[in-house]
Design a protein around this ligand. Structure first.
Ligand SMILES: Nc1ncnc2c1ncn2[C@@H]1O[C@H](COP(=O)(O)OP(=O)(O)OP(=O)(O)O)[C@@H](O)[C@H]1O
Length: 266
């Protein structure tokens, strides 16, 4: 459903800050897959999402979505079929609007009245039902300003906003990294439930090796702008943190695991 073909990207070309990131990135994600991505800092994970979502344009190469070349389609148009949740809980939600208003905005995404805070009353039961399913008690806070919520509650809301209209592709960019371990586990199980319920093709970047191994049915590892490991469904079923580290070791790639990733395995 998603294919990147011969993608190249260099930042700040010709300057002292030049970063040659991708020289030939190729990847294909199948309909219905739940792919987890790990990789050291600066290995090109978020840029991958930026290229897929149209937030930045590749220098050359192509992006296909369901066999359609979307390489030149702008981000706001791609957001009609791609949902994205960021690491920062502040990023996905509007703090000065209520939960209901935030959900209405997400529900109306792309429609010309999408940026107003007026709420169609008929939508309220749907929002209430979706919030209740999250089991965080947010259904009793629908008129509370989002700025008053905790980071975990905001991230749960971001997740719901990204999926309230089922996206064809869901991109999760370290969406649990800014949360404490308990809240992070809660958001990740919520994520799993939503993905299964809505049967969404999903790609999740994580610095948490355990999450990367436990969730999803395929694991990609980025290193220096390349995908150096692609572990499929069958192998992933029996994968453990120890086996993964052993694999790195045998490939002489332990340096691809930065401190933060290695730490998350403990
Ligand atoms: N807009 C940009 N302008 C200049 N350089 C950029 C830009 N976006 C990314 N880069 C550079 O490209 C490299 C890859 O960045 P990217 O954010 O994709 O890495 P990452 O794997 O997501 O890292 P992290 O785990 O730290 O988030 C880094 O060296 C980064 O500084």
């Amino acid at each position: 459903m998603l294919k990147l073909e011969h993608v190249t990207k260099t930042f700040n070309r010709g300057s002292a800050n030049e970063v040659v990131l991708y020289t030939d990135l190729n990847v294909e994600i199948q309909e219905g897959e739940f792919v987890t991505i790990i990789g050291s800092n600066g290995s090109g994970k978020s840029t991958f999402f930026n290229v897929v979502s149209g937030n930045i344009l590749q220098d050359s190469g192509k992006v296909f979505f369901r066999d359609k070349d979307v390489s030149k389609i702008p981000e706001h148009k791609r957001s009609q079929f791609i949902g994205r949740v960021f690491q920062d809980p502040q990023k996905g939600t509007a703090p000065s609007l209520t939960i209901t208003q935030n959900l209405a905005m997400a529900y109306n995404k792309g429609k010309h009245f999408g940026l107003t805070s007026g709420v169609d009353k008929e939508l309220i039961p749907l929002f209430k039902e979706e919030l209740t399913k999250m089991e965080l008690g947010l259904e009793s806070k629908m008129d509370v300003l989002v700025g008053a919520l905790s980071g975990g509650q905001r991230q749960a809301l971001s997740l719901l906003m990204a999926t309230i209209v089922r996206p064809d592709l869901l991109l999760l960019d370290e969406h649990t990294a800014a949360l404490d371990p308990k809240t992070s586990d809660l958001i990740i199980s919520l994520t799993k439930r939503l993905i299964e319920e809505k049967k969404m093709t999903t790609i999740m970047i994580t610095h948490n090796l355990k999450h990367a191994i436990t969730y999803g049915d395929r694991l990609l590892m980025f290193h220096k702008g390349q995908i150096i490991m692609d572990i499929g469904k069958e192998e992933k079923k029996t994968l453990t943190v120890e086996k993964l580290i052993e694999k790195f070791n045998s490939l002489n790639m332990l340096d691809a695991l930065d401190d933060e990733l290695a730490f998350s395995a403990n």
